[in-house]
Design a protein. Structure first.
Length: 116
């Protein structure tokens, strides 16, 4: 059985390995990242509305997720007070409610990518 010290060392080594691998991947991709993009003139009004749409999608999704988590969380605490064995199911429900914010963030990233 692993002690707390063993877990700490294992997580530290895993973190170092991940950071090293990510650094190597970024250094290997440097020539691809340094490629110059073709400059295309975009109307400033389009860019302004694109930024507004990206902000609205992320902000409203986060607002909706916060409301959903508040509603699900209060019901979950009530359910857990009566039946503690429902913890796994309750955790899934709270995670599903939080997924709304992730979808809004993905839509926001897609909008910003479309702007160029």
């Amino acid at each position: 059985m692993m002690t707390r010290t063993h877990w700490t060392i294992a997580l530290f080594v895993l973190g170092l390995a991940t950071a090293g691998l990510a650094t190597f991947a970024l250094l290997a991709a440097a020539p691809a990242l340094a490629a110059e993009a073709t400059a295309v003139a975009v109307d400033p009004g389009i860019v302004r509305w694109g930024f507004a749409a990206a902000a609205a999608s992320a902000g409203l999704a986060a607002l909706g997720a916060g409301y959903a988590v508040a509603q699900v969380g209060t019901a979950a605490l009530g359910a857990l007070a009566e039946k503690p064995e429902l913890f796994g199911r309750v955790l899934v429900m709270v995670g599903l409610a939080e997924g709304i914010a992730i979808h809004g963030l993905i839509v926001s990233i897609l909008i910003l990518n479309r702007l160029g």
